[in-house]
Design a protein around this ligand. Structure first.
Ligand code: DX5
Ligand code: ZN
Length: 215
């Protein structure tokens, strides 16, 4: 059974409290929180005060996806804001291993996200240190984009590497996940589905989460 991580980037920000309550009543496993800095990605979303408010509404895992440069400057602040999993981008980190160690020493699980052009093989040497690999199935920066099909091959390659190294790493897939392609993504080997538009723009978000969960 996949873990479902709705992305609050697609939520109604004027009704965040209702949106959080809906997620709490749903079968969602994680709250996926997208932080964008206008530098690593061409968009700006929300940051520490908003995540601090959201995390207080829930007992579910807060999965914070940092699309920012120099994430080491803010790791502690995101931990204090309630992040349980802190994911940094391979492409944004000069000293990725150091960043992962920092996140873990702060008591969080460490995630590494890969852009669509970044090969999963590049993670081989540090895979045992990582808790979650977030495979971007769109170019990061915006919700509501189309799923990039090369992700299927990347999921399979990562699953193979995880099995070979015998490590407990979760594969999260982020971007363009829908009720139409979710089964195929799970069959390829994904553990966690992030879904923004597919959940929040649907007529019945709770039911959509239920359907994703039951695939
Ligand atoms: C994209 C974000 C995603 C995004 C997913 O940069 O990392 O989490 O919100 O949204 P959908 O599911 O609409 O593609
Ligand atoms: Zn994300």
């Amino acid at each position: 059974m996949p873990l479902i991580a709705p992305s609050l980037l697609s939520a109604n920000f004027l009704k965040l409290s209702d949106e959080c309550q809906m997620l709490n009543e749903s079968e969602a496993d994680w709250f996926h929180l997208d932080v964008m800095d206008g530098c690593f990605v061409p968009n700006i979303s929300f940051g520490i005060p908003v995540i601090s408010a959201i995390s207080k509404t829930t007992k579910k895992i807060c999965d914070v996806h940092l699309m920012i440069v120099e994430p080491e400057k803010y790791a502690e602040a995101f931990r204090d804001a309630g992040a349980n999993i802190l994911t940094v981008h391979y492409e944004a980190c000069v000293h990725l291993h150091r960043n992962i160690q920092q996140i873990k020493s702060l008591g969080m699980q460490a995630g590494v996200a890969l852009n669509p052009h970044t090969r999963v093989e590049l993670l081989r040497d540090i895979l045992p240190d990582i808790d979650v690999v977030c495979l971007m199935s769109v170019n990061p920066g915006f919700g509501g984009q189309n799923f990039i099909p090369n992700t299927f091959e990347k999921i399979r390659a990562l699953r193979k590497m995880i099995n070979e190294l015998d490590v407990a790493v979760k594969i999260e897939v982020d971007g363009g996940v829908s009720l139409e392609n979710a089964k195929q993504i799970i069959d390829a080997g994904a553990d966690v589905l992030v879904a923004g538009n597919a959940v929040f723009k649907s007529a019945d978000p709770k039911q959509t989460i239920h359907k994703l969960k039951s695939l």
